[in-house]
Each structure stands twice: as C-alpha cells, then as structure tokens.
Design a protein around this ligand. Structure first.
Ligand code: ASP
Length: 717
C-alpha cells in the first residue's frame, strides 16, 4: 500500500509540475531565492519585495486593467509597451495631427497629454487572508451559500484593512480558492502621455509579426504619473505635479547575452496550468475554432478597407489590434498544443492515475474528482461553443450592437419624445457613428452570418434563430440593404433627423420595425440566458462554479506544498518570473538566435506593405550606424531578445531586469511556437520576447532627440 501511495503522489506531481516555469508571488520569493541566485541573481528576495523598506515592487505598476508599466525616473516617468497605450495614442490622433503615424515627444511637462480614463495601480503590500476569507465556509450547505459567505468575508476584510487610509484593496483567489491574498493598492488617475515613436517603429511588423520571432518592433511608449501637491492620488488637474518616485529602475547599457539571468516583474493576467485533459480539449476544440474563424473573416475585411482609406485606418487600428491579438494567439495556442501532444500526454497521465487510484488510501477519492470534472465538462463544452459562436458573430456587427443598446429606450417611449430622450439619443449617435465605417460593417454582417447559419451545429443555434439556418447569402445582402441603406439607422444624419422630427406615425412604424427585426435581440437574449448567474440551471456561471469547486479539491495538494514547487495560476496579481536569455530550436534543423538587430529592420523593409514601411530617419541612422552609446560590443544595435521567463498577457510592458535589478528590457510578447504556454509551459519552445532597452534609449535620444528625457533617467555604463 505504501509503495502505491508514493506512486500516486509522484503521479499527481508529474501532472502538476512544470519544471523551469512559474510566476511567483513576490511575497513568497524567499522560496525561490537560492534558485534565482544560482542563475545569476545578485540581490535578495527582500530587494524585490519588502513592506518595510523600499523595494523593486514600488517601481512596478498595473497599467490600466491589463498591462504592466515601470517607473524609470524620480519624477514619475513610466515606460510600457506601445501596444498597451495604443488606444490612447489613437484617441489623441487626428488626421491633421496624427501622433499614431508621426510619433509624439513632449518637449516639456506642459506638453504632456492627459489621458482621460487611464490609471495606474501601485501595490502597497500584499498579505495572506485565507483564514479570514474562508471563515465559516465549513457550515455552508451548498455552493451558493459558500459563495455568499466568501463574498461577505471578502468585503469585511477589505473594509477592515483599508479603514482610515486612502488605499483601495482587492482580494484574489489562488489555487481555485484554496488560498486568498489581499492586495492593498494606491491608484493614480492622472496619467499623461510623454512620448511615443511613430507606429512604423512602435508597431513595426504589425500583425504579421505579432506573436512571432524574430522581431524588430520598438514596442514602447512613455507616460508620467501625476499627483496632487502632497503626492496623493488625484483626478486630473492642471495644477497636479509629477509624482515623486523615490524607487525607480536604473537602466543598464550593458544589456544581456545568451545565458544571462533575466527576471520579469509584472502583472500576468490568466493561465490555466492545472487543467485536466478535458479542460484543454475545451479551449482547443470548442472555444478557439469559432473565435479563430469569425475573427479572421472580420480582420480580412477591416484590413482591406484600412488599406484603401487612411481615415479608416486611423478609425479601425485599435479595434483591429484587439481582435487580431486574440485571434492570432488562439491559432498559435492550438498549433502548440497539437504539436507538443499535450492533450494525449494528459489523457495518458489521467489513465495511469485511474489505474493506481484504487490501490491507494485516498486515490479512489481523488479519482472521483476527475470523473466528476469530466461530466461537468461535457455540459461546459457545449455551452462554451454556443456562447463563443454567438458572441463572435452577433457582437461583432457594430450597427446591430448599436441598435440593441437603443432598443429598450426606443420601444418604451411614445410620441412625443422628450427633450431629454432626444439629447440622449443624439449623444449616443455622436459617439457611435464617427467610429464606424459602414462598408466594413455591411460585409462583416453578410460574411459572419452566412458562416454562422451554414456551419454551426444546429443544436447549438438557439431556438428563435433556427429559422435562419441555411439562409442564402443573397437574403443576407438584402437584409443589409434594408438595415444599412433604408432604415433610420443608415447614417448619423438620417438618425438625427428622425430623432428631431419624427411624427407619431413614424415612431409607430419604428416600433413596428423593431418588433419585426429581432435577430440581434434573439441572439442577445440567448447569450444572456446561457450566461445568467443561476445556481440551479445549466448556465455558464453555474457550470464554471461547479468546475471550480472540483478543481479546488483537485489542486489542494499543490496549494498545500510549501516548497515552492507549484505556482498559483496567474490572476493579474504581481508576479516574478525568472530564467535566462536563450534561443531555442523550434523545429528539427532550425535554431532561433536569442536577439535581433536593426539589420533585420532593413531586411524586412517593404514600402508596399504597411507593416514593413521603414521611417526614413530611422533608416539613415541604421545605415550610418549612428547608434550613439547604445550599440553592443560589436557595434550593432540590438532591437529585441528572447528569454525563458514564463509570461502571459498582462505582462506586456513589464520590466525585464538583470541580476543586479537593472532594467535591460521591456517584455512585450511571446514566440509563436510557445503561445500555448497559458495552458502548458514547455521550456523547449516557450520564450518571452522583450525590447532591448538600448533600442528604446536609441529611439528616444538619436531618433527623437528627446535628450531631456534621457537626462531624467539613471543610465549605468
Ligand atoms: N503580446 C501579448 C499580449 O499583449 C503579451 C503576451 O501575452 O505575452 O497579449
């Protein structure tokens, strides 16, 4: 029995353990200190995270809700990726002053652009609060009651721990609710754009190169955090002053070379390393395929129109970026899972588990968890595909979405419309129409709906939409004519005119029209039904809740381990990932070198392809090797490098540090072959991609001549 028991634990640990990977909580970094030092880290865990003394964590921020930024001067200067600030750069661009296209460099603090709605979060401290959060859950009679107890406990714990301070806090769950930590934060809402390279540098390679190595993207932009006169967070005000940031990252001119220690310190968003085979199957075979198809179609249409009109490019760049990022990642994820045969491996491990389970003391109990999870996944897979397909189809059609946001209001109101209603409708139209290009949306309408109704399994199409199954393309084209050309929604002018002047009869006929045209309403209702928070029905939240509860038992073993063997999945809390700069062999007979140089920019240059247009000033600097002090020992200008740090979305913009805690790079992506690392990290093919910090300095100094910014930084030879 003893022998079998040991085997069981070894088996479970093989399933859970991902050697050489991990995103570690800075508070618990002591567990990893020796390992980090053996790789070349010269500092201590206390230097990374300390509550009593200033430490590196004071210079790392959560940028908005999904990226990381780092402080690089005493005056709140902050560095992140170009793609993280993209929507702000686009928002403050016009056709006359197109900073997305031309770049922007504030010559003084006065010229810095306040980014409305942008905020950054500094972590003050974190602390384990599992006991407080789980107090009383043992008495809960079901999952609903348990959840209610946890919610109340979280609320009271946060209130208690932030009372009398200007801190905000959040409590996050780890290992599926086996542990909880509180994160006490300071949030700054006055953040200003200081500098950005033109898109041809900051997004060089575009979507063609996204998620791919080798890379030559200058993916950075610069901001400054502002505070009130006392250094406290404050809403934007012209009298606010740059935040005094005593802790900031010094920058190393030495760079890193193959084999050198690297560490990424940031806010990884989501990983799912503990999924059973069915969980991976769900992502790869039930969620990703409809997403990949529908997004691919949309992107092709958008790109075609963006290539024709520069104003459409400006209007759609941020939208296209967001869609493309998730689309391409899902393709890479599926490819990686397939090529590394992870699904097979997991299934095999689970089979062994079954064999041994009944020979061990607690094995049978554990195996029961697995079988329960499996049956839940059967329902989950179907719901997930239905929801993803609906979302990726109906929510992608912009005019349809716009009409649905107005529908309840329009149907409720009878003639005459109040001035208040009219103003509200006009305001909504003013926000919507200038950001949408009708020819794109019309094509998207026909292509997405044609695909949806011809290829989605009939049982996955909600009942009210079944009547459209097999709908002809021609019928869809006729529908677009009615909607986009003849309805009151056909243009802002027509809509506004209707709002201002509609007669009683016209309003009645609008009501009739809305009641007859319910395809989008039906799709929304179906999605809402699947997504409603029920405790009794088969809805997504309920299935996910039950699956979560099973995983809580499944990973208890990893959560209880105190040796630092199993990291908790990423959840947008601050983490440390460490490894080294290293290339890899993606396929037999091929080797990826660990860094790129500006030579590659000239090799990729193609004036006929938007993604590969090279700015003429940059080209001259490269040709004349006018790199200033930023070239490497061979006189080359490095652009990007790859390393074995386990990262994910949210780590975009994270500082990449050398063994002395100096900034050597800015993390911005992962390699194509390793895109599946959110589900399964494989050291032989997973690498993060970072901007070489010297390329950033070179662009700011030599390309933009923004010496005043360089002087603010601490640059170490
Ligand atoms: N480029 C990625 C993103 O923005 C970063 C990553 O996932 O590694 O989502």
């Amino acid at each position: 029995m003893k022998k079998a028991c040991i085997t069981f634990i070894i088996l479970i640990s093989i399933i859970f353990c991902y050697a050489d990977s991990g995103m570690w909580l800075p508070l618990l970094l002591k567990q990893k200190e020796a390992e980090m030092q053996s790789l070349g880290f010269k500092l201590t865990a206390e230097d990374v995270y300390s509550v009593n003394n200033s430490s590196m964590k004071d210079a790392v921020v959560l940028f908005a809700r999904g990226c990381t930024g780092e402080i690089i001067s005493q005056k709140g200067l902050m560095l992140t990726n170009h793609h993280c600030g993209y929507s702000y750069i686009q928002r403050y661009s016009t056709m006359e002053n197109n900073i997305l296209h031309n770049g922007f460099w504030a010559a003084s603090e006065k010229e810095e652009i306040p980014c409305e709605g942008l905020f950054v979060t500094f972590l003050v401290y974190m602390e384990e609060v599992t006991e407080q959060v789980l107090k009383g859950v043992e008495n809960a009679k079901d999952l609903k009651e348990r959840e209610e107890i946890v919610t109340v406990n979280i609320k009271t714990t946060i209130e208690k721990m932030t009372e009398g301070t200007d801190y905000s806090a959040e409590i996050k769950s780890f290992y599926y609710g086996n542990q909880y930590y509180i994160f006490v934060n300071r949030v700054f809402h006055d953040v200003r754009l200081v500098g950005t390279p033109p898109e041809s540098i900051g997004k060089f390679g575009g979507d063609t190169d996204n998620w791919v190595w080798p890379r030559h993207t200058g993916d950075f932009s610069l901001y400054r955090v502002y505070a009130d006169k006392n250094g406290n967070p404050a809403a934007y005000h012209p009298d606010n002053i740059p935040l005094k940031t005593e802790t900031f990252f010094p920058i190393s001119l030495k760079g890193v070379d193959a084999g050198d220690f690297t560490m990424v310190f940031g806010f990884p968003g989501t990983t799912q390393q503990y999924l059973i085979s069915d969980g991976i199957d769900l992502v790869v075979n039930y969620r990703n395929p409809p997403l990949i198809h529908q997004r691919g179609v949309r992107l092709d249409i958008m790109k075609k129109h963006m290539d024709i009109l520069p104003e459409v490019r400006l209007m759609y760049s941020a939208k296209a970026n967001t869609i493309a990022n998730g689309w391409k990642k899902s393709i890479g994820e599926n490819k990686g899972i397939h090529e590394t045969k992870v699904l097979n491996a997991k299934e095999k491990q689970e089979k062994y588990l079954e064999l041994f389970a009944y020979q061990t003391t607690d094995g049978a109990e554990r195996y029961k968890i697995l079988t329960a999870l499996r049956s839940l996944y059967e329902i989950y897979k179907e719901l997930e595909t239905t929801a993803t397909t609906l979302r990726e189809t109906f929510q992608a059609i912009e005019l349809g979405k716009f009409i649905e946001t107005l529908r309840p209001q329009l149907l409720k109101e009878q003639y005459p419309w109040s001035a208040e209603l009219k103003n509200d409708l006009l305001e909504k139209a003013e926000k919507f129409y200038p950001t949408y290009h009708k020819p794109i949306d019309k094509e998207v309408f026909v292509e997405l709906l044609a695909y949806y109704f011809s290829t989605t399994k009939k049982e996955w199409i909600p009942a009210p939409l079944q009547k459209y199954v097999g709908v002809e393309r021609e019928t869809l084209q006729n529908m677009t004519k009615q909607l986009y050309e003849q309805s009151i929604f056909s243009s802002m002018e027509t809509f506004n005119k209707f709002v201002n002047l509609a007669s009683k009869k016209e309003i009645a006929s609008l009501h009739k029209w809305l009641n007859e045209n319910t395809m989008f309403l039906d799709a929304n209702n179906a999605l809402a039904e699947i997504s409603k928070n029920s405790y009794t029905e088969n809805t997504l939240p309920n299935i996910q809740r039950q699956i979560n509860a099973k995983y809580r038992d499944w990973v208890k073993f990893a959560a209880a381990d105190t040796t630092g063997k199993y990291f908790p999945d990423a959840n947008l809390s601050l983490r440390v990932a460490f490894g080294k700069m290293e290339g890899f062999s993606p396929y037999n007979g091929m080797m990826y070198l660990p860094y790129t140089t500006t030579d590659g920019i000239l090799q990729k240059e193609d004036p006929n392809i938007f993604d590969y247009i090279v700015d003429h000033k940059l080209k001259d600097l490269i040709i004349y090797k006018d790199f200033g002090p930023y070239a490497d020992a061979n006189g080359e200008m490095r652009v990007a490098f790859i390393a074995s740090n386990h990262t994910t979305g949210g780590n975009s913009g994270s500082p990449v540090l050398n063994g002395n805690g100096e900034l050597v790079g800015v993390n911005f992506d992962r390699v194509w072959e390793g895109t599946m690392s959110d589900l399964h990290y494989d050291l032989s093919r997973c690498r993060n991609i970072s901007l070489d910090i010297r390329y950033f300095l070179f662009i700011v100094d030599k390309y933009a001549n923004a010496r005043h910014l360089i002087e603010e930084m601490e640059i170490r030879e």
